[in-house]
Design a protein around this ligand. Structure first.
Ligand code: PTJ
Length: 254
């Protein structure tokens, strides 16, 4: 479907079309379309812009990734469809490994997502033939690589489900999430929850990675002084401010 450029929701409609196309191509699962709708609803409330607290979390994420010995970026269907290029650019800047890890795992879909990432410039993508299991995780998301998520010290998990975030934290890893829902179990359980839209968050993290690359001392300071509870409180305050602002702007009578 051709979406007119003049449509006030052009970007949102294009993104939706992209996901539907990716669903038809066997990259995204139908559940991924539902997840996207949920994300969009939160993005409306957040004003469809990166908030100041999200920016703080993105800088902290960059610092954690730069301080890691074995950083890994986990990719699922939605992430591949919306941000394959952004993932590859970020992985190169850190540098980090990329692993395809799916909740609704089939080997055919893993292979398709690996190919998509390769077309976006990725090399040595992990995902097929996993050789480890994340303990106490029943879903097929438990299948992982020793050279990737299983052995990582810092894992970036965009659009995650809470179970795996919790399981990875239990393994002693620092988990960075990207999830527009500040109330999700993922946002609650992650070490560094980023409440922002994926395609805004990844380039922001990359920008901070490039800025902090040559300043390890500042990077360490940022990671040390980051406070998750305070940051999430700031996200709630921002939402509160947004809603009050909208209430003030709303017409009093017809
Ligand atoms: O490809 P698979 O098989 O691994 O499955 C991927 C999905 C996304 C279906 C799976 O991980 C899943 O079920 O996720 P959830 O539990 O629905 O959580 C997805 C979260 O991502 C929700 O809390 C949404 O608010 C959020 N979200 C959706 N789209 C975006 C987003 N957050 C940031 N940016 C988005 N574009």
């Amino acid at each position: 479907m051709k979406i007119p450029r003049s449509h006030p929701r052009h970007r949102s409609l294009v993104t939706r079309e992209r996901l539907v196309k990716a669903w038809k191509a066997g990259i995204v699962v139908p559940e991924g379309l539902i997840a996207h709708g949920r994300g969009e609803a939160f993005d409306y409330l957040l004003g469809e812009e990166t908030s100041a607290p999200a920016l703080v979390a993105e800088k902290a994420a960059a610092a954690f990734l730069l301080g890691a010995k074995r950083p890994v970026i986990s990719v699922n269907g939605n992430v591949a469809a919306l941000a394959a290029r952004e993932v590859v650019r970020l992985a190169r800047a850190i540098p980090a490994r990329i692993e395809v890890n799916l909740f609704h795992r089939t080997e055919a879909r893993v292979a398709r997502i690996v190919r998509l990432l390769q077309r976006a410039g990725a090399r040595d993508v992990l995902g097929p033939r996993p050789d480890a299991r994340i303990p106490r995780l029943e879903s097929r998301r438990a299948l992982a690589h020793r050279a990737g998520i299983y052995g990582a010290d810092v894992v970036l998990v965009p659009l995650e489900d809470g179970d795996r975030t919790e399981a990875l934290v239990r393994m002693g890893k620092a988990v960075i999430s990207v999830d527009l829902n500040p109330l999700s179990r993922t946002s609650q359980k992650a070490t560094v929850p980023i409440v922002d839209e994926l395609t805004r968050a990844l380039p922001n993290i990359e920008k901070f990675v490039r800025e902090l690359h040559d300043d390890p001392e500042e990077s360490r300071r940022i990671a040390r002084t980051y406070r998750k509870a305070g940051n999430l409180r700031a996200v709630y305050s921002f939402l509160n401010w947004r809603l009050r602002h909208l209430a003030r702007k709303a017409p009093r009578r017809r």
